[in-house]
Design a protein around this ligand. Structure first.
Ligand code: ADP
Ligand code: TYD
Length: 219
């Protein structure tokens, strides 16, 4: 299935909101209908991402500014090495977290959200769609209770309340807010429908492409 341009789809939400689950389902659905799809996540598995993860095991070992710049460095790598090349190849890119996480999380640590956005938009391509999965922090934390915890639960919960509020504040045509408490299959169906609708508008128009369009309708 040929597209006129690359397409960037982002999944966002607090810890345990279901981003990875939905990213996996979306990538599967796209590949099944023959859409050339790449998948990435932030923080990345690269050197900056690894540094971020190692620091995360010791809560508040970094100032908010240090955290901000590590995420910017990691994103700089991801944009240059992964996102831009994939978009240039006209792939559909599914991305688990992007600069809206920086606005929401580092914003919740007190950094101005407009400043964070400006720093990112100097180099990071704008996404076509941003799905924000919304769950109460108690629910998200409950789902990931088995994962190694970085700070006392009550502190994390209070912090994630602010992060959630920042996510809920995103407005504009690219943002789609979804209730993350539903069952994963229904959430996946809503995401898929929205993405397929977008892709139909980005497809090159030829007879085989029209058949591909029908495949998108059937899914
Ligand atoms: P995130 O990537 O946002 O941290 P995950 O997709 O890893 O979240 O999901 C965290 C946990 O919650 C996983 O065990 C996953 O199976 C489960 N989960 C994901 N989505 C849902 C959902 N809609 N309802 C119930 N459990 C879910
Ligand atoms: P991630 O590995 O995606 O964690 P999870 O699976 O719990 O969603 O991200 C690690 C942490 O990094 C997560 O708590 C969110 C945080 N983060 C930021 O604070 N700023 C950012 O810009 C990004 C991308 C992540």
């Amino acid at each position: 299935m040929k597209l006129k341009k690359g397409v960037l789809i982002v999944l966002e939400g607090i810890d345990g909101s279901g981003k990875s689950t939905q990213a996996r389902r979306l990538v599967g659905a796209l590949r099944r209908v023959g859409v050339d799809t790449a998948f990435f996540r932030e923080p990345t598995r690269g050197p900056w991402g690894r540094l971020i993860r190692s620091k995360a095991s010791r809560p508040r070992s970094l100032t908010a500014e240090e955290e901000l710049f590590l995420f910017l460095l990691d994103r700089g790598d991801n944009v240059a090495r992964n996102l831009r090349p994939a978009l240039k190849r006209k792939q559909t890119v599914v991305l688990d977290r992007y600069y809206f996480s920086t606005i929401a999380y580092q914003g919740a640590r007190g950094i101005g959200r407009d400043r964070i956005r400006r720093l990112n938009e100097r180099f990071a391509p704008r996404p076509d769609l941003v799905f924000i999965l919304d769950v109460p922090p108690e629910r998200g934390l409950g789902r990931i209770a088995g994962r190694r915890r970085r700070e006392p639960l009550f502190e994390r919960r209070a912090f994630l309340r602010r992060v959630r509020r920042n996510f809920l504040a995103f407005r504009g045509p690219a943002f789609i807010h979804l209730d993350g408490r539903g069952d994963p299959r229904s959430i996946a169906a809503v995401i898929r429908a929205r993405v397929f609708r977008l892709l139909k508008n980005v497809m090159t128009s030829s007879i085989p492409q029209r058949n591909a369009g029908k495949a998108l309708d059937r899914e």
